[in-house]
Design a protein around this ligand. Structure first.
Ligand SMILES: [Zn+2]
Length: 188
């Protein structure tokens, strides 16, 4: 069999499908790589998973985040990530890979993290959740199954510190409750 060619990540390419594989490397600066394979499986491109110290303000037990650098995605994980078992770690990855797969928060729709947060809060005030979050959740459920993924959302909800009304943690807990409810009600 031919070697799979490694190519650089381009957000414009439609040549890459939804086959992803997580490879753990445990290097000092990076945890590993998520490989995304081309439709003909002759090429693969990398999403690097970095270790980082991240400041999430009120969100004390955040596990990590995905972000885009000039159209190239990256996933960063915090030390909290290492406290989890494998199923919870996988749930986290599949959710973030879902965001990357659908190119969430890449385009001009939200100019900054603050804008995303404001948008998030607008939805929560209407007892609703950002559609991007649900899309990433559904992506993860399809990889992992509903039982494991809902266990993950419950874990996030229970480890999120209680905040006073209207605080980041208060909204965070509310959003997780709504996500659990939505995923529960879906026939997937
Ligand atoms: Zn998300």
């Amino acid at each position: 069999m031919d070697e799979i060619e490694i190519v650089s990540y381009s957000p414009k390419s439609s040549y890459f499908g939804d086959i992803y594989e997580i490879e753990v490397l445990s290097l000092p600066d990076r945890y590993g790589v998520v490989w995304n394979y081309s439709i003909d499986s002759k090429q693969k491109r990398a999403i690097i998973i970095m270790h980082r110290k991240l400041d999430f303000g009120g969100n004390c037990f955040r596990l990590g985040v995905h972000h885009w650098k000039n159209g190239v995605p990256e996933i960063s994980i915090t030390e909290n990530f290492y406290k989890l078992g494998k199923d919870l770690q996988d749930s986290f990855f599949w959710h973030e890979i879902g965001h990357i797969h659908f190119k969430h928060f890449l385009h001009v729709k939200y100019k900054s993290q603050d804008e995303v947060r404001e948008h998030r809060i607008e939805f929560l005030k209407k007892e609703d959740v950002l559609p991007e979050e649900i899309e990433a959740d559904v992506f993860a459920v399809k990889r992992q199954g509903k039982v494991k993924y809902i266990r993950f959302l419950n874990f996030l909800k229970d480890t999120r510190p209680a905040g006073k009304y209207g605080s980041i943690n208060d909204y965070g807990k509310k959003e997780l409750l709504l996500r659990i409810r939505k995923i529960n009600d879906m026939k997937i």
